[in-house]
Design a protein around this ligand. Sequence first.
Ligand code: ADP
Ligand code: MG
Length: 507
Amino acid sequence: MYTIKGKTGDWEVVVGLETHIEVLSNSKIFSGASANYNPTIAPNTHVSFVDAAMPGMLPVLNEYCVDQAIKFGLGINAEISRVSRFARKQYFYPDLPQGYQISQPADEPPVVGRGWVEIIGDDGNPKKILIERAHLEQDAAKNKHDMHPTKSFVDLNRSGVTLLEIVTFLDVKNSENNSYISSPDEAEQYLRKIREIARALGVSKANMEEGSMRADVNVSVRRAGSKKFGTRTETKNMVSFKFIKNAIEYEANRQVELLESGGTVTQDTMRYNQADGTTSVLRSKEDALDYRYFPDPDLLPLVITDERIERIRKTMPELPEATRARYINTYGLNEYDAARLTETTDISHWFDTAVGNKAERAKPIANWMISELFAHPENYDITNTVRERDADEPRIITPENIAELVDMIGASEINGKQAKEIFIKMLDGETGTPHEIADKFGMKQMTDTGAIEKIIDDVLSQNASQVEQYKSGKVGLFGFFVGAVMRATGGKANPGVVNEILKKKLG
Ligand code: ADP
Ligand code: MG
C-alpha cells in the first residue's frame, strides 16, 4: 500500500476526483449552435442567442447529449436515474454570460448515479473504484487576456458546450470501505480507465492536452489504520496525468508535515504551480462560493424511460476491458499483446477484421501487427477509410493482406522469410495481393522432401569437416547447416522440413 512515512508514523492518502469530460456532439447542450470551438474557428461565430444569454431565450435540451451520458453511465456500470433535474449554479464571471451555469443539483441524484470502474490496485490486485455520480452541465466561454494591452475579450464559442462531470465516491459513513483512490498511481489508472471508456463509446475525446478532459483533485491524509477520514483540500483544473500525480504527492506530504507539527489542515481550494510542482491556496473555506443552486424553471425534469436505456445498451460496442479478456481467453494472447491491440477501438477492429472467424490466425496476426505493422504507421490505415490514394502515397496494407500472408504460411505455401519479403515489397509500394506478389516473384516454398534431401546431402558432403566436428559434440553447428541449406535453396525451403531431415542425417 502507498503510505507516507512521517516522523511519527505512517499515513494513508485518500483521493477523490471530479473529472470533466467534454461530450462529443454536433450542437451544444441547450442550443443548436455548433459545439466546435477549436482555435481555427473565428471567435463568437458558433453562438446562438441562448449561448449569449439574450433575455427571454429558452434552453432546449439536446437529447443526443443525454444519450451520450446514459451510454457513459452504462459503461461505468452505473444506475441511470429515471428522473433528474437541471439546476442553476450561480456565480459571476465574464465567461459566464447567464450569470449561472446550468448543471444538475449537487444534492439530488443526477442523470448517472452510483457506478464503478476497476483498476489494478497498488497491491497488484483488481480494485473497484466507486463512482458517486456523473452529471450533465454547460461549459463556460473563454476569456482572452492577451489580445489587447488594456482590454480583455470573451469568446463565446465554448459557451454551452456539453460537459459530463464524473465524481468518485468516498464512503464517509464507513471509512473501512476502501474502494477509493489511495495513491498517485491509482489516480492515473482511474483516469486512464475513464478516458478509455469515454473514447471507446464515442462519448468524448477525453484528451487532457486539448482540454476535453480535466480534473479537480481532492486529497486528504489519515494515520495508517485510522477509522476517520481527514480534512481534504481540492486542487482545481488539472490537465495532465503527471501534474495530477505530482499534486497528490505534494499535497499529501504537505498535509502530513502540517499535522505532525501540530497544525490542522483547512478545507482550502488550491491551485497547482506547474513551475515548481507545489500547490498554493486559491481561496479558503471562509470565502467559499455559495452557488445557491435552484432548479432551472426553464427546463423540465429529465425523464428517462427503461426503453431508452435498453435501446442505448444495444448500440454499445464491446468495451476494451472485455475485448482484452476475449483476446486472452479465446485467442491465448498474452496481456501485453492484448493491451497493445486494444489501445484504440480502431486497432482492435482492424485486428478482429483480420482474424475473422479463424482463431488460429489470432496469434500470428497479433505478432505481425505489433512487431511489423505498428512500426510503419504510414502503411496501414487503422480506421480503414477507403479512398483513392495518389501514386506517390504509401501503399495501404489491409487486414485482408495480413490474414492472407498468415494463411499462406499456415498452408506451407511460403515460409516466414518469404512472408517478410512479401511484406517488405508491400511496404515499398508493390501492388497486388500477397498471393499475386508471391507468384510474380516466384516465391514458393519448397516442400518437396526429396529435393530438399538431395540439397542437404550436397551441403553435408561439401562440409565434411563441420559434420565431423558436429558429431564430436559441437552441436552449435546445427544452425550453420540450416543456414547453408536455406542459402542453397534460395531461402525457399520449408525450415521445419530442413530441420527434421538434418536432425535425422546428423544423428
Ligand atoms: P464538493 O462538491 O464540495 O467538492 P463533494 O462532497 O462532492 O464535494 O466531494 C468532491 C470529491 O471529494 C468527491 O470525489 C469526494 O469523494 C471527495 N472527498 C470528499 N471527502 C474527502 C476526503 N476527506 N478526502 C479526500 N477526498 C474527499
Ligand atoms: Mg468540488
